[in-house]
Design a protein around this ligand. Structure first.
Ligand code: IMP
Ligand code: ZN
Length: 347
């Protein structure tokens, strides 16, 4: 069965927001740890077959973020999410999250970053053969340039001091909020400082002007890029530079920006048909109630990819990770060894 194959397949996850990735069990556990009972139960997961608007999704993120408002719960959440990915045979993970302070708990952006890094450190010690984890600091475009500058400065600092764990910056948040061009200079600064850039782009229509400017930096990977192919100069740039797209099938459909997974609706097919590099990702596996295995299964069902093609797709993701060439070499060896040991699955 394809389901068992995609589950067993070693995978790379490059687009996972920490707070959107919390499972229902982890959310329940965090609610039970919330001694001040500030949390009144609310919907934080979009059930199978249901859809919401993008605005509903951003409301959900804000609810979940109330549960990770101190260093201890952030560390707990980080470890829980990594464990979930290990269970789904993800061998390399780039986790991203928006550092935020909270005066009531004494949390600062710096202690937020430290808590995520401690979670990564402890968890990867436990699973050292199973997974490698890196961290991208997210800029929430809703919060303005000063917040973004703080985040990039922290990313620059932790790139040097986190033993290679902090590798880049993510640009995300509600695409209806502000003009992405406000962030151009600070994103350029991040890139010039050696940080790699994964930018959410064209998640909704009508962002052509910011898209062209953001592409000029250029980003190392593009999140979603849902409507980029409708904008000719943008498509050309993305193709010429061979910038990989992070494709999040379930997220797009449940978040209501794409009607269905089918070829006439979902942009994955178009990029695949023209040979553009892309990686399959979950985005927010908790909120969208999915797994990376499930995303591979959907991609296969909708595009007719064979097991060999799915293996090649998951191995190709290694080319686009932000970690060093040594890590890439190790991962490629892991993939090849897995294939040798599972050759019967390909017959
Ligand atoms: P956090 O950064 O770990 O708190 O994860 C939740 C945050 O990720 C949200 O508040 C958004 O800023 C961002 N995010 C999650 N999913 C999406 C998406 O599909 N588009 C844009 N931003 C997103
Ligand atoms: Zn995202």
């Amino acid at each position: 069965m394809m389901e068992q194959f995609t589950e067993a397949l070693p995978k790379v996850e490059l687009h996972a927001h920490l707070n959107g990735s919390l499972s229902e069990e982890t959310i329940q556990r965090l609610i039970s740890l919330d001694t001040k009972n500030t949390f009144t139960s609310a919907e934080t997961v979009i059930a199978k077959g249901s859809k919401r608007t993008l605005k509903d999704c951003f409301d959900m993120f804000q609810i979940i973020q109330r549960l990770t408002a101190d260093a201890e719960s952030i560390k707990y959440a980080t470890k829980a999410v990594i464990n979930d990915f290990v269970a789904d045979h993800v061998c390399y993970l780039e986790l991203r999250s928006t550092p935020r302070g909270n005066s009531a708990t004494g949390l600062t952006k710096r202690s937020y970053v430290e808590a995520v890094l401690e979670g990564i450190e402890e968890c990867t010690k436990e699973h050292s053969d199973a997974i490698e984890v890196r961290f991208l600091l997210s800029i929430d475009r809703r919060l303005g340039i000063e917040e973004a500058e703080d985040t990039v400065n922290l990313a620059i600092e932790y790139k040097k001091s986190s033993k290679g764990r902090v590798v880049g910056v993510d640009f995300s948040g509600d695409p209806n909020a502000r003009d992405g061009r406000e962030y151009l200079e600070i994103l350029k600064k991040a890139k010039q400082s050696g940080l790699r850039l994964a930018l959410h782009m064209a998640e909704i229509r009508g962002l052509q002007r910011e898209n062209i400017d953001l592409l000029s930096i250029p980003p190392d990977r593009i999140g979603h890029g849902t409507f980029l192919h409708e904008e000719l100069p943008c498509e050309d740039i993305v193709r010429k530079r061979q910038i990989p797209l992070e494709i999040c099938l379930t997220s797009n459909v449940k978040g209501g920006t794409v009607e269905s997974f089918a070829e006439e609706h979902h942009h994955m097919h178009r990029w695949k048909n023209i040979g553009q590099p892309f990686v399959l990702c979950t985005d927010d596996k908790g909120v969208f109630s999915t797994t990376l295995s499930n995303e591979y299964r959907i991609a296969a069902a909708e595009s007719g990819m064979t097991r060999q093609e799915l293996f090649d797709l998951s191995k190709r993701c290694i080319d686009f990770i932000f970690a060093s060439d040594d890590v890439k070499t190790r991962l490629r060896w892991k993939w090849d060894t897995w294939k040798e040991q599972h050759s019967s699955l390909f017959l």
